[in-house]
Design a protein around this ligand. Structure first.
Ligand SMILES: *Cc1c(COP(=O)(O)O)cnc(C)c1O
Length: 559
């Protein structure tokens, strides 16, 4: 308890998230949402913000990805060494699920900044002797199981999280809900503010919802209605025995199904999307709600390759604490910048050889593509016309590195993995292509740092923000991307990178590669290096998680 007690007096903000990427050995994350939460932890520590994080222990992780010879994804449990990284706290609370008490115990993980400021992360665990065998695995698999499993995990995160904070004597004045998964926290808080019920009162007026809105901040990440968690009221009444009476829940969560995004929207006093474009989409989706925009950012210290970190330290000693100084990157000497890039690229080529056996040539432009393998991100778009792709490579040779997991239930995403592998086979001998298994933070760090070009071709407006392109820019990588998510704000054509014209096929992508990107790499290296500096100054200097957290602090937390 000693370690925790040092956090108690000053901490007054709680950040709830289903996943959080604390470090590569701690498997409590699946992808972009978790990495964003992890970068949030790291920036809070650097900025000395008084935040405690609440998430699940995810004992078996998300999954470890294997790809068989046919290009089919095989999923393995991905346990981690909990006792090495966290300590159990002597506190326990119960959450009623299906009328049983499910006991929850927190583990404490402490993240420390380079300057020595620590931020606590509570990881909730139900794998306890006290629990019914049916309930012990509830915190095993991140995004695992079926709808019912997910629902129970969200009960534990939201209700359990609020109760654990109270049991540990935290005095919280702001609850930040990272995506709708955490929305049950608002319902649990409502119970703290009952009103005496008068006859004919509507359910909302049995609780002082405004008191909860004063406490809650909600960040939505999903620009499609179908992407939001919605639970049937059958399930809610059967398993959600610790929530509110049904008629009250329906007021906040919708009449037909319990929509977690609506719950959070209705009970949060500050709501934001994760890019300007996404906030516009969210306002159209949820008319009547004041959805602001706080565009995502990445933690520059985490995503800069050591060679770039050394270069920045030499020129801007305070760059880690104040990444805005990267705005001066125009001053970096061309030679030093290029040699940092060559180091990062060589590391990537070595990594690819070790893990796949594919030989990459450091003198040939390398295009990176890594993200969740799912329909709207169109991971196989580039392979739409292999003849054309090979013809381009004949004129201007290039090489490709891919990586990414498909959610176990995403059959279309898994099919595109298979398509990529088919394409790789056909391109053999013509275009070097490698696929790195098991995309995680460590793969991402090597890949975003070493690629010359970072490709992203989602179907607008379905990419809420995207962050991997920001990580590439921290290392001078040039984005080639559809104008969607953060890139609407980040792209200055021919300066910070390039936009791909919107189309259903790869035509405009091939055009840009063939006519602009690849010729510049081969024939105008000094302009290329100038663009790398523009990417660093205009993207890394702004799209970082320090700027993001300063905005949350000033606009959402200090409302
Ligand atoms: C940054 C990151 C993501 C998110 O990338 P997007 O561009 O937002 O899709 C996903 N997974 C890992 C491991 C990452 O590091």
């Amino acid at each position: 308890m000693n370690e925790l007690s040092s956090f108690l007096p000053q901490t007054n903000i709680a950040y709830f998230t289903m996943e959080v990427a604390l470090r590569v050995e701690v498997h409590t994350y699946a992808g972009g949402l978790g990495v964003l939460a992890g970068d949030t932890v790291r920036s809070c520590a650097d900025l000395e913000l008084p935040v405690v994080f609440v998430s699940l222990i995810s004992r078996e992780g998300y999954f470890r990805q294997e790809i068989d010879a046919e290009g089919r994804q095989i999923e393995h449990p991905d346990p981690w060494d909990i006792a090495r990284w966290a300590q159990p706290l002597p506190a326990m609370i119960g959450v009623q699920i299906e009328s049983r008490d499910v006991w929850v115990r927190p583990w404490l993980y402490v993240h420390q900044s380079e300057a020595g400021y620590s931020v606590p992360v509570l990881l909730l665990d139900t794998d306890l002797e006290q629990n019914d065998p049916r309930d012990r695995p509830l915190t095993h698999r991140l995004y695992g199981g079926d709808e019912e499993y997910r629902f129970k995990q969200e009960l534990l995160l939201g209700i359990g999280g609020v109760r654990i904070l109270e049991a540990l004597s935290f005095n919280i004045g702001t609850y930040h809900l990272n995506e709708g998964h955490a929305a049950f926290a608002t319902i649990e808080l409502l119970k703290r503010f009952p009103r005496r019920r008068r006859q004919n009162d509507k359910a909302e007026w049995s609780y002082d919802a405004d008191r909860v809105r004063d406490l809650c901040v909600f960040t939505t990440h999903t620009p499609v209605e179908a992407g939001h968690d919605r639970f049937s009221y059958d399930l809610v009444t059967r398993a959600g025995t610790d929530l509110l009476p049904l008629e009250a829940l329906k007021v906040f969560g919708g009449a037909d199904k319990l929509n977690m995004t609506r719950v959070a929207l209705n009970l949060s006093g500050f709501v934001n999307g994760v890019a300007q474009r996404h906030a516009i989409t969210a306002r159209e989706m949820f008319p009547g709600f004041d959805v602001r925009a706080v565009t995502n950012g990445v933690h520059v210290g985490t995503w800069a390759h050591p060679a770039f970190a050394a270069l920045y330290r030499q020129h801007y000693p305070q760059w880690m604490h104040e990444p805005e100084v990267l705005v001066r990157a125009d001053n970096l000497p061309d030679h030093d910048l290029w040699s940092a890039h060559e180091k990062a690229k060589r590391d990537l080529c070595d990594f690819v050889r070790q893990h796949t056996g594919v030989e990459m040539d450091p003198s040939v432009p390398l295009i990176g593509f890594a993200r969740r393998m799912t329909g709207y991100k169109r991971p196989d778009l580039l392979f739409g016309d292999l003849k054309r792709l090979m013809a381009i490579a004949e004129k201007h040779p290039f090489q490709l590195v891919f990586s990414g997991k498909a959610h176990p239930a995403d059959t279309a995403g898994k099919e595109s993995l298979h398509q990529i592998h088919n394409a790789m086979r056909e391109l053999q001998g013509r275009v070097p292509v490698a696929f790195l298994h098991n995309y995680d933070m460590s793969v991402a760090q090597v890949l975003v740092a070493g690629a010359d070009v970072w490709l992203n071709n989602p179907l607008p407006p379905l990419e809420a923000s995207g962050t991997s392109g920001m990580k590439a820019a921290v290392n001078g990588g040039l984005n080639l991307s559809m104008l969607d998510g953060w890139w609407v704000e980040g792209c200055i054509e021919g300066v910070t990178g390039w936009a791909i014209d919107n189309a259903t096929d790869a035509g405009p992508l091939y055009d840009k590669l063939e006519r602009v990107v690849l010729p510049m790499y081969y024939h105008d290296r000094s302009h290329w290096i100038w663009m790398m500096k523009q990417a660093i100054s205009k993207i890394a200097g702004y799209f970082n998680s320090h700027r993001m957290m300063r905005r949350y602090a000033a606009e959402a937390y200090l409302r």
